[in-house]
Design a protein around this ligand. Structure first.
Ligand SMILES: NC(=O)c1ccc[n+]([C@@H]2O[C@H](COP(=O)([O-])OP(=O)(O)OC[C@H]3O[C@@H](n4cnc5c(N)ncnc54)[C@H](OP(=O)(O)O)[C@@H]3O)[C@@H](O)[C@H]2O)c1
Length: 254
């Protein structure tokens, strides 16, 4: 349960090794969050992160096994976290794979796997969380979407389409949860320098996990349902969204 000042006291990160989520969690712990659960494919690899979070003030920091590609396991994994810690104030859906469009073009199985992780896995895990939030009467589901889903580009349309699906799902879920005390916040970052984008040429307005986390904290404080990072992207994509296809093909190919 949030404390008397409304600060998040407990957070579960699905995709616990995400650098963007890591920067958000650092800020939450700095603002009195005391319980952190990182759910990841390789929980043991997160030991140094857990030590750092404990040193920063987290009373409980643990990692649990979680695979977005195994939706059949999501109910038990997420239920176990809620049952062990009582209320969870915030869940961050942070897992995702970018992949490479040129590879996907010739490897439909790899493309389907990326879609399964980014979209199917997020649908499954989020529905489990939503049910727990309904039952506890509060909770914020923070979903890391992407501007890539706002208008898909030819050079990463598989990834973009997974984010478009995720974004639409998250908005619908947020609408369905109105009145339950639970809410969904969609985060739409542009290009962020993390291990996901390492070695790729940065897009205009590229940013860092810290800057995204600052935008998320500011957006949460203002009660936003959608948070763009950096914020300038909202204006840019308001225009991009309505460009005729032929123009968008030229603009997005630069
Ligand atoms: N970086 C960007 O430019 C950018 C822009 C917009 C949106 N986003 C989105 O923001 C989120 C976080 O990305 P990030 O930049 O922080 O990248 P990141 O550091 O690479 O984090 C992505 C995380 O997803 C996890 N993951 C991948 N497949 C998984 C699976 N099957 N099951 C469980 N976890 C899985 C990875 O786990 P491992 O550690 O085991 O590999 C990794 O920790 C992603 O959803 C991404 O699409 C990123």
């Amino acid at each position: 349960m949030r404390d008397a000042l409304g600060a998040v006291q407990s957070v579960l990160v699905l995709g616990g090794g995400s650098e963007i989520a890591g920067a958000i969690v650092d800020r939450l712990v700095g603002a009195r969050c005391r319980t952190v659960v990182l759910a990841a494919r390789e929980p043991d690899a997160l030991d140094p992160t857990l030590d750092r979070l404990r040193a920063a003030g987290a009373a409980t920091a643990e990692a649990v096994a979680f695979d977005a590609l195994d939706p059949g396991s999501h109910q038990a994994t997420i239920d176990a976290v809620f049952d062990r810690h009582g209320d969870i104030d915030m869940v961050i859906v942070a897992f995702g794979v970018l992949g490479d469009q040129a590879t996907f073009d010739h490897d439909p199985v790899a493309a389907a796997e990326a879609a399964s992780a980014n979209y199917v896995g997020a649908v499954s895990a989020s529905l489990v969380v939503a049910d727990r939030f309904r039952r506890q009467g509060h909770g914020t589901l923070l979903v890391l979407s992407s501007v890539a889903g706002v208008r898909t580009r030819a050079d990463n349309y598989v990834y973009g389409s997974t984010k478009a699906g995720l974004d639409a799902f998250a908005q619908g879920l947020g609408d369905a949860l109105v009145g339950t005390g639970a809410r969904v916040v969609v985060v739409r970052p542009g290009f962020v320098h993390t291990k996901m984008t390492e070695g790729r040429p940065p897009a205009p307005f590229s940013t860092t996990p810290d800057a995204v986390a600052d935008a998320v904290m500011a957006g949460l404080a203002k009660g936003r349902e959608v948070i763009w990072a950096p914020p300038v992207l909202v204006a840019l994509f308001t225009v991009f969204r309505v460009l005729p296809r032929a123009v968008w093909r030229r603009v997005s190919a630069r």
